[in-house]
Design a protein around this ligand. Structure first.
Ligand SMILES: [Zn+2]
Length: 183
C-alpha cells in the first residue's frame, strides 16, 4: 500500500510513514524523511534561541553599548531608510495595508503570545533603554503616563508600578498600529 506525503508530495510505501493510531489510515500525513527534517529544524531553532538568550544575558552591557554607538553613528542614514520604507509611496502603503489585513488576526495572536511570554523581559528592556536615554520621547511619554495615572488613581507617582505604565503604553501602541493599518 502506498500513500502520498502531504509535505514533499512523493508517493511512498506506507512503511515509510510513522504509525499514528489517531488517524484513520493508521499512519501520519508526513513521511519519515519529512518528519525527521521538521524535528531537526525545530531542535535547531530551539537551541539557537537558547543560545541567543544566554549570549544576550552574558554580554548585555556590551550589546547595549555597541547598539547605542551604532545608532549614534548612523542616525541620519537609519532615519532616511526608515522614511523611505514607511513614509514611502502610496503604492507601498496600499500593499502594506492589504498584507496587514490579510494577516491581522495571526499577527495579533502572535504578538499577544509573544508579549505574554516575554512580559518581564520586555519591560526590563524598555526600562533599560529609557535609563540610557533620559531625554528621549519614550521617557517623556512614560512620565506623562505616570502623571496621568497618578492623578487618575490619586496615588503618588513613585507608588505606581512601572509594569502598569508599560502595559498601558503597550496597549496604546497596539491600538495605534491597528488603526493606522485600517485607515
Ligand atoms: Zn515527505
Amino acid at each position: 500500500m502506498t500513500k502520498v506525503c502531504t509535505k514533499c508530495g512523493v508517493e511512498k510505501d506506507v512503511e515509510e510513514f510513522y504509525r499514528n493510531k489517531a488517524r484513520k489510515s493508521g499512519v501520519g500525513v508526513y513521511c519519515r524523511c519529512c518528519v525527521k527534517i521538521i524535528r531537526s529544524t525545530d531542535a535547531v531553532k530551539e537551541s539557537r534561541k537558547e543560545y541567543a538568550k544566554k549570549y544576550y544575558t552574558k554580554n548585555k552591557e556590551k550589546i547595549i553599548a555597541s547598539t547605542r554607538k551604532y545608532y549614534e553613528e548612523n542616525k541620519e542614514h537609519l532615519y532616511q531608510k526608515k522614511k523611505e520604507r514607511w513614509g514611502g509611496s502610496e503604492e507601498y502603503k496600499k500593499k502594506r495595508k492589504i498584507s496587514y489585513h490579510k494577516n491581522k488576526n495571526k499577527l495579533l495572536r502572535r504578538q499577544k503570545k509573544w508579549y505574554d511570554e516575554n512580559r518581564e523581559e520586555i519591560i526590563a528592556r524598555r526600562k533599560e533603554k529609557r535609563d540610557l536615554n533620559p531625554s528621549t520621547k519614550a521617557n517623556e511619554r512614560f512620565s506623562s503616563h505616570k502623571a496621568y495615572l497618578s492623578k487618575k488613581l490619586d496615588i503618588k507617582r513613585s507608588e505606581i508600578p512601572e509594569i502598569l505604565i508599560e502595559a498601558k503604553i503597550h496597549v496604546l501602541d497596539a491600538r495605534k498600529k491597528i488603526k493606522s493599518a485600517s485607515d
